[in-house]
Design a protein around this ligand. Structure first.
Ligand code: ZN
Length: 85
């Protein structure tokens, strides 16, 4: 039964709204890959450039991919991915 009040979960006088919401805070900033990693433009996973062997050059830029599948998708139609800054 849901017979507990908020006071049972928050015995101090702090209102529940004072609890930080990590999901909301995270959504405020754009998702940037960690240092040494780039975003796979096809599936948006983060790929380590140091170990990356699956890559393609397009319009002077090098793109890294998590898998040959993503690379193939990119190479078939690179325009929508390659123009992303
Ligand atoms: Zn991928």
């Amino acid at each position: 039964m849901l017979d507990k009040t908020l006071a049972d979960y928050f015995p101090t006088s702090d209102p529940p709204s004072s609890i930080p919401d990590p999901v909301a805070a995270d959504s405020l900033k754009p998702e940037a890959p960690p240092a040494g990693m780039v975003e796979d433009p096809v599936c948006h996973r983060h790929v380590e450039t140091a170990n990356s062997t699956i890559r393609a050059d397009y319009e002077g830029k090098t793109f890294h991919f998590c898998s040959e599948e993503c690379k193939e998708i990119f190479q078939v139609n690179p325009a929508p991915y390659g123009k992303a800054a």
